[in-house]
Design a protein around this ligand. Structure first.
Ligand code: PLP
Length: 413
């Protein structure tokens, strides 16, 4: 923090922060303010050594014997159980596997297999696109049996008619960060006779989640965001134990009851293992496990408390910039409905996010006009928030965003 004098009250908040020691467990370049942990979490320092060990020792030396010797074959279930401790699942209800998109396919088709008399997969129009695309793919494949329906975000409960088989919702909205009431919506879905699939990509590791407390049916989520599992980390799938009889459509050999019996016919494993498909990605799982072990050391309620405090501070300090430079808060202020990010709408949002990189602030942009600032309490300081707002102001004052190169949209925003 070289560029500014930090207000004493903020310095005191950092000094008293019980999560402050976690920052040093991550690799973060000096001077950089990283506000994109909701897209790709920072690198835990321990991941580097762990991957070297897995590659050099377990793979290099152990070779194929490591499937048993280094417990590679049970990693999806072992890591799933650890994720379960963060989101209120019992042991044996989660596997770490595949991508979130693939897990959405598996969860909605499993739910459909439990509601054969119903035809609708329901979601909301502003859900993360892959969720909707996967629904549309299932509809196209079903040959008329299934219909993908989306309604306005606030019309979800009213749209739970008696033909809805499964409701697919993201708990924390990827743009606004708005949090949905998991218990209340799950109850409404069940009362209407539907099952529910929760996308927890922006929830796990960011806010306390209690899947079984809410009586959820299925859930999925990303490993590379708040779980700090690394780029393209394996995702996870939760199926409540009462649904382990659901027939997986992706009937790969790693979901078979006896994969190494090489039998001719598919016979799904009795438990959560049936939701695996192919060979587990060991390197990705090894990195993911380090990220999860790290977050399990922290107190989730402390993470939530600090996340909200960081958000409050950010919103407060941004208020003068909203009036002066045209930012509009796109997140809710209310704690009950705010996840671990703060979003602003701005006509030059894309250019401002690009220009902020010159000032060593990484945030991201979501079309058409949203600047997203991810708040990750394990490695962000209160002082970073103050400094971020100063740098945003500097980008606005200097019009650094108005350079020709920032008017050209890159492929990844
Ligand atoms: C809510 C949500 N679901 C799913 C995904 C993407 O899932 P994947 O790329 O792992 O399939 C994202 C990515 O940002 C997301 O925000």
């Amino acid at each position: 923090m070289t560029e500014t004098t930090i207000a004493p009250d903020v310095a005191a908040l950092d000094a008293a922060d019980p999560l402050a020691p976690f920052r040093d467990r991550f690799h973060l370049r000096e001077g950089l303010i990283y506000l994109d942990g909701n897209s790709l979490g920072a690198l835990p320092k321990a991941t580097v050594g762990r991957l070297a060990e897995v590659i050099g020792g377990e793979w290099g030396e152990g070779l194929i014997t490591s499937w048993l010797g280094a417990q590679w074959s049970t990693a999806p279930r072992r890591i799933g159980d650890k994720i379960g401790r963060l989101i209120g699942a019992k042991a044996g209800e989660i596997v770490a596997t595949d991508s979130t998109s693939v897990n959405i396919f598996k969860a909605i088709t499993a739910a459909l297999s439990l509601r054969r008399d119903r035809s609708v997969i329901l979601s909301e129009t502003t859900n993360f696109p892959t969720d909707i695309y996967m629904m549309q793919g299932v509809e196209a494949f079903s040959g008329g049996r299934v219909k993908a329906v989306t309604v306005a975000p606030d019309d979800i409960v009213a749209a739970l008619t008696d033909d809805v088989a499964v409701l697919l919702l993201t708990q924390v909205h990827y743009k606004s960060g708005r949090v949905r009431d998991m218990a209340e919506i799950t109850r409404a879905a069940h009362e209407a006779g539907a099952l529910i699939v929760w996308d927890l990509s922006h929830s796990a590791g960011a806010i306390p989640v209690d899947l079984n407390g809410a009586n959820a049916d299925f859930a999925v989520g990303c490993g590379y965001k708040y779980l700090n599992g690394g780029p393209g980390a394996p995702a996870y799938l939760f199926a409540a134990s009462r649904h382990h009889r659901a027939a997986p459509v992706l009937s790969g050999w790693f979901g078979h009851a006896r994969p190494f019996a090489f039998e001719e016919d598919y016979d799904p494993a009795a438990g959560i293992e049936r939701f695996q498909c192919g060979t587990p990605p060991v390197l990705g799982l090894s990195a993911l496990e380090v990220g999860i072990d790290l977050i399990l050391e922290a107190d989730m309620s402390e993470i939530r408390r600090k996340s909200l405090a960081l958000g409050d501070l950010f919103i407060e300090r941004m208020t003068p910039l909203c009036d002066a430079y045209g930012f509009a808060l796109a997140s809710v202020r209310d704690h009950a409905e705010r996840g671990s990010q703060v979003a602003y709408a701005h006509l030059q949002g894309y250019q401002i996010v690009q220009a902020l990189k010159e000032y060593d602030v990484i945030a991201d942009f979501r079309a058409p006009d949203i600047l997203r600032f991810g708040l990750t309490p394990l490695y962000l300081r209160y002082a970073d928030i103050i400094e971020t707002v100063r740098r945003i102001e500097r980008v606005c004052v200097t019009r650094a965003w108005d350079k020709p190169q920032y008017h050209q949209r890159a492929a990844v925003t």
